[in-house]
Design a protein around this ligand. Structure first.
Ligand code: G6P
Length: 635
């Protein structure tokens, strides 16, 4: 029975408690499933695009189509061989086990032909299960860990002799999962149950979309392709039996679950290109809006501070904090570094920044008054999630900054701050980064005002924060100039990025953007470190991008630029003191003068544009760079 225990509308607060990297979609209803599944897959391609496939079920006929390459290749194939069915599952893959081939693409069939499965995650003990199943007569046609699971389900199904009721299907999946080590989000079809999908998750996100006389399954609300108004977030170790009008959820240990149905805010999830050539371009230009959303309702003019209710901590509790530990991956890790500068400078609390993937295994000794903060655009990055869980397990208060309402990280942290930046689809993160840094600045202001930051200093920062959207708009006007500069430099294969203090994270982020989408080798250093090694790389074929917007160290970085010029290295200066770089820079991207606290946000924007235009010049697939995926839900 579909049990709508609580319908929760996300209204802009962090809901406390109630709350591969492949893309999965599933459909069970009364419409033709194939176009719905393909539409969902297209929306999920940001999660991986090595291969795509679908399985459709009509009566007891199971139809399978899978292809190496993008979803468009699969869609072309489906045009040639249309198959009508009202139940189906599909998958877009980011390869983990097994090369990118048709055979390794999902769905996978059990060797008895009764089950089709799509899987996101990694089955760690698949070798031993495979050995066992081979001895039992099951065979394998791919190199994947996922196919093993399809056969394990078939094995458990075959062991039962009772009548073919729907619970027998669910039971087979549940029993199989009891023997699995690793992570999974799965959706399974069984030839004997044409109106049923069984789905389960552990460590990989999986959502059930509730539509009118139809249900969908997806790794992300986007995969519902606008068809569902409500969503059920499956929790770890839960198995769901899904039919057009109802859904039943139990734990792997067979405990019935009273699940929660939440309303989807489609405004936040909107993911159209809106006339832009690429999502990355669209998202870069959305930054003024994203910044506005990040700060809206979070500033108190009267008190010259920020108001951050979502963190669920009283001023007294916050005052007990002696240290903040930030954990994240990729671009979000760079946001943590920017947060470190801002919080240490304005709130005067020591901050440490850890790679989530390292932290979760390194058993770092933490003081009991440490506050753990994770930053994650998707809210699903497995390393970040596990770092959060490890911290919780040790009893630390955990907070999160995330852009994904209802994501696993938002549900499992003790509180946090939503970014409201709007869906980010481009694999290279842009608006999410600047929004994360803006929120970190609010955090610095908020905690700072509880400590040593004076009313007057607070007022200056408040004024600056309020100017952020307009300042970002101003910088975006430089796009044509930056595009011209990009044309000149697109031929180079090595770049250096230099910044100091809060612009060192910007240098790291600029270099990462270039690497990710242009496949150009780029290294970032604090400018003062250049002479301790990287200067050996300087030559006419290795341009250096210099960020110079922080007054405290401006003369120093001017000297660094001159040192590069003296060695015939081309210099691109991104600076609010253009006159100081006339002699040393070959090209200057002039920025407006802003409060220093805004520097890491404002100077990142030209670096994003530079990377974007260089990638275009080089003919790269900007939104789908090779080997990458947006949400990394495998280790
Ligand atoms: C992947 C993406 C990066 C992103 C990182 C962390 O590596 O390609 O763009 O920064 O994951 O993602 P998160 O969603 O946790 O911010």
């Amino acid at each position: 029975m579909l049990c709508f225990v609580k319908v929760i509308q996300f209204i802009g607060i962090w809901l406390q408690k109630i709350f591969t990297m492949c893309g999965i979609t599933g459909y069970v209803g009364y419409k033709n499933a194939s176009p719905i599944l393909l539409e969902g897959l297209r929306k999920l391609e940001y999660r991986g695009y090595d291969s795509a496939g679908l399985a459709l079920l009509n009566g007891s006929q199971l139809y399978l189509e899978k292809r190496k390459g993008r979803v468009s290749v699969l869609a072309d194939e489906m045009q040639k061989h249309p198959f009508r069915a009202q139940t189906g599952i599909s998958h877009t893959r980011w390869a983990t086990h097994g090369e990118v081939t048709d055979a390794n693409a999902h769905p996978h069939l059990s060797s008895d032909g009764n089950f089709a499965l799509v899987h996101n995650g990694i089955i760690e003990n698949y070798e031993s299960i495979k050995k066992f199943l081979s001895a039992e007569g099951y065979s394998f046609s791919s190199q994947t860990d996922s196919e093993v699971l399809a056969n394990l389900i078939a094995y458990h199904y075959a062991r039962r002799t009772d009548e073919k009721c729907e619970s027998r299907f669910l039971e087979a999946v549940r029993k199989a999962l009891m023997h699995v080590e690793g992570t999974y989000g799965i959706a399974v079809l069984c030839r004997f149950f044409p109106k049923q999908i069984v789905a389960a998750r552990k460590g990989s996100p999986l959502l059930i979309g509730v539509g009118k006389d139809e249900m969908l399954v997806s790794s992300d609300v986007l995969g519902f392709a606008g068809r569902a108004k409500n969503v059920i977030y499956l929790e770890d170790s839960q198995v769901a039996s899904i039919a057009p009008e109802n859904c039943d959820i139990v734990t792997i240990g067979n405990k019935q679950i009273d699940f929660v149905v939440s309303k989807i805010d489609w405004e936040l999830e909107n993911a159209d290109l809106a006339g832009a050539s690429h999502y990355m371009e669209k998202e870069i230009f959305e930054q003024p809006k994203a910044l506005e959303n990040a700060i809206r309702g979070r500033i108190s003019d009267d008190l010259s501070t920020a108001q951050l209710g979502g963190i669920n901590m009283t001023p007294n509790e916050l005052r007990q904090i002696d240290r903040i530990l930030f954990c994240a991956c990729g671009t979000a890790w760079h946001a943590c570094l920017a947060a470190e500068h801002l919080i240490e400078k304005y709130a005067r609390i020591p901050v440490e920044v850890e790679y989530a993937s390292e932290f979760r295994y390194r058993n770092a000794p933490l003081d009991k008054s440490t506050l753990v903060f994770v930053i994650s655009q998707s809210g699903e990055t497995i390393d970040t999630l596990e770092a959060l869980r490890e911290s919780k397990r040790k009893g630390f208060k955990t907070l999160a900054i995330t852009n994904s309402v209802g994501s696993t990280i938002s549900r499992e942290s003790d509180g946090g701050l939503y970014q409201y930046a709007g869906k980010e689809i481009g694999v290279a993160s842009t608006k999410a980064f600047t929004s994360q840094v803006a929120i970190s600045l609010l955090l610095a202001l908020y905690i700072g005002r509880m400590r040593d930051l004076s009313f007057a200093e607070g007022r200056e920062i408040v004024k600056a924060v309020k100017s952020l959207p307009a300042m970002a708009e101003e910088v975006l006007k430089l796009a044509p100039k930056i595009q011209e500069i990009a044309k000149k430099y697109a031929k180079f294969d090595d770049f250096l990025f230099l910044g100091r203090l809060s612009e060192f994270p910007v240098a790291l982020e600029g270099a990462l953007k270039l690497k990710e989408i242009s496949y150009i080798h780029a290294e970032a250093y604090p400018a003062g470190e250049m002479k301790h090694g990287p200067i050996a790389l300087v030559c006419p074929e290795c341009p250096t991008v210099v960020f110079a917007n922080t007054d405290d160290v401006l003369p120093k970085i001017i000297s660094n630029a001159q040192e590069i010029k003296a060695r015939k290295g081309p210099v691109i200066a991104i600076t609010n003191s253009p006159e100081d770089f006339e002699k040393s820079a070959d090209d200057i991207i002039p920025l407006p003068k802003v409060h220093e606290a805004l520097c890491p946000i404002i100077s990142t924007i030209p670096a994003q544009l530079l990377a974007y235009y260089i990638a275009l010049e080089r003919g790269c697939d900007v939104d789908k760079p090779r080997n990458l995926a947006k949400a990394v839900t495998v280790e």
